[in-house]
Design a protein around this ligand. Sequence first.
Ligand code: GLA
Length: 390
Amino acid sequence: MRRLCMGICLLLLFLATKAVAQSSVVAATPPMGWNSWNHFAGKIDDATVRAQSDAMVSSGMRDAGYVYINIDDTWQAERDAQGVIHANSRFPDMRALADYVHSNGLKLGIYSSPGPKTCAGFAGSYGHEEQDAQTYAAWGVDYLKYDLCSFGKIMEGAGSPEAAHKLMLDAYTKMQKALAKTGRPMVYSLCQYGADAVWRWGASVGGNSWRTTGDISDKYSSMTLIGFGQAGLAKFAGPGHWNDPDMLEVGNGGMNLEEYRTHMSLWALLAAPLLAGNDLSTMKPETIALLTNREVIAIDQDPLGKQAERLWAEGTQEIWARPLADASNAVGIFNRFDWPQDIAFSFSEIGFKGGVKARDIWAAKDLGTLPNRYKVRVPSHGVVLLRVSE
Ligand code: GLA
């Protein structure tokens, strides 16, 4: 009996490891790329996507680690008599578009919903999951954002919250299986706005990332409500499966430089997918500098894959930190107040033995050894991002 259990247990362990390993292949570190929604919303077409793909290369973003060019909602036409989904006239040839993006050394992402309609009212994948997965694979798609949208209506008819929850999990699992069946590796990005504590089950339905929040907008209030609201979620993220606090707004114009620096720093600390949401073809040098800062990206992409937690907070002052693979730590000292502030704390209060060796990441400057008791001036809505070691 015991021997039988040992055999079965070993088999289960093997299968579990295999499942995790499969999903880790495509998102061993948080996915990096661009998505059409935040800037273009419904005004997206083939020419714009090609231009974004070109700009990702010419701006240096590709060389800094950005990979995915993701088309969000509004690309769909109706299904044909066989139920096959087609792109609308703004995307005359998806396969050719994928080839173009691939020829730039990048990958293509697409968007759908488990419901009959997407959030913008276009055709969703409900009842056509396998067909759609096959279509995406035939086009050469490498990433799917799967957005709950009208599936919420189906869940309302489930009869109980438990039954609704199960319907949602089944719907996400169904598409994961359909994607796996194509044999083409695709990042599977769940989007259901953080409902039902998705971080607790997102990985079990095969998600490589899951949105933890509602939609971001290009305002400091929205970005910080989301970013600083991620406390407690670090333990659910890791290689292959990431918390996703939504796409970047950097460069869209609604925040100032300090605020966008906070946005990038916080997302990097949170091991968040870095999906630029601006128009890459018209970027100011300061936007390129924010998006391509190698040391900030290295924090986001750190192979240990440990997300930051909030270690210290006093009113509008917060410190978040994440351990990195080389045994150093990334530490973000944030000022959420409307004026500059001195932030004073002790490194021993946030888990260090005492003074630390530090580098100021945005200033690109080694600071030498800092004393245990430390005070730093932080701009309004700004951050001092350090990489420290004992
Ligand atoms: C939802 C998602 C957004 C975007 C839109 C598209 O609101 O959360 O990120 O994909 O749908 O309609």
